[in-house]
Write a protein that binds this ligand. Structure first.
Ligand code: F6R
Length: 283
């Protein structure tokens, strides 16, 4: 696992978007695992901008989302299908038929979970799996005690998850109690995992996920066993990490991260002209 700390939430989301863009450029038929939620909105906005401004091409890619609420059809504005269409798919040149989410209204939910798992296997697995982290450490909707070998299945949402997402539904009473989620075992089979955490409300759980003991009580700790996992955090989410200085030194000096460092310093966290102006002032 590598941890990359960026100064702002925007810089962290930009870096996650760049890692995804690199897969889209480098792979012939890229397969992306995608997540929803507040954190990902900035990543999808950046990817949409890369498509409209730089022609980033999504036409060859296939996508699989991590999860969907049971009982919500695609047209429901709270469904994750609706979220994905709104934030990303309608803004880039992906073929909708190549975008997959579990069907939360399937007549046979267990059969739907098996079908989804097979679809992922048929696509050859994920080249890159994008992940957020819940306040209880969930990945997708793998709530505490999810087996590290779990596959796509129906789960009951934990009280903490209901509290976290209730505001989006106008109250906990309106929120589905179950969801279909890809399993921790399925996630661990992705060739690369990229977890993005921003904001101070993720600081405690991120410290547990990255530096705490591996335990199924915190699903995200499973990523410590993944051979190619990058955790990207903004300064607020990284504030409780004990080894923050080491992670910053790693990013500052590792040749592997050079091209991402340079891009970040040129943008100066989203103010492209600032560097030119400051150069002008100093010379
Ligand atoms: C949703 C998903 C979840 C979220 C997590 C964080 O598809 O995978 O694990 O990533 O709940 O959500 P936000 O970003 O809203 O804090």
């Amino acid at each position: 696992m590598e941890v990359v700390i960026q100064s702002s939430a925007r810089a962290a989301a930009d870096l996650a978007a760049r890692l995804i863009a690199d897969v889209l450029r480098e792979k012939h038929r890229p397969v992306l695992g995608l997540a929803t939620g507040r954190t990902m909105e900035a990543v999808y906005a950046r990817l949409a901008a890369m498509h409209s401004e730089d022609g980033l091409n999504f036409s060859g890619c296939e996508t699989f989302n991590l999860d969907e609420y049971v009982g919500l059809p695609a047209e429901n504005p709270h469904s994750y299908r609706h979220y994905m269409n709104h934030h990303l798919f309608s803004k880039v040149n992906v073929y909708l038929r190549n975008t997959h989410l579990p069907d939360g209204v399937a007549a046979d939910l267990d059969a739907e979970c098996g079908r989804y798992e097979q679809l992922i296997a048929h696509a050859g697995g994920m080249d890159l799996q994008l992940l957020g982290i819940g306040r209880n450490g969930h990945l997708g909707f793998n709530e505490p005690l999810s087996s590290f070998q779990s596959r796509t299945r129906v789960v009951t949402l934990a009280p903490e998850t209901i509290r976290q997402n209730a505001r989006l539904f106008g109250g906990a009473e309106n929120m589905p109690r179950q969801a279909i989620t890809v399993g921790v075992g399925t996630i661990l089979e992705s060739r690369r995992c990229v977890l993005l955490a921003t904001g101070s409300d993720k600081a405690d759980i991120l410290a547990k996920a990255v530096e705490g003991p591996i335990t199924s009580m915190v699903s995200a700790t499973a990523l410590q066993m993944h051979p190619d996992c990058v955790v990207i955090a903004d300064a607020a989410a990284a504030s409780r990490l004990k080894e923050g200085d080491y992670y910053r030194a790693m990013f500052a000096s590792s040749p592997k991260w050079a091209k991402y460092r340079d891009a970040a310093s040129q943008r100066l966290d989203g103010h492209p002209n600032e560097m030119l102006l400051s150069r002008g002032r100093n010379t």
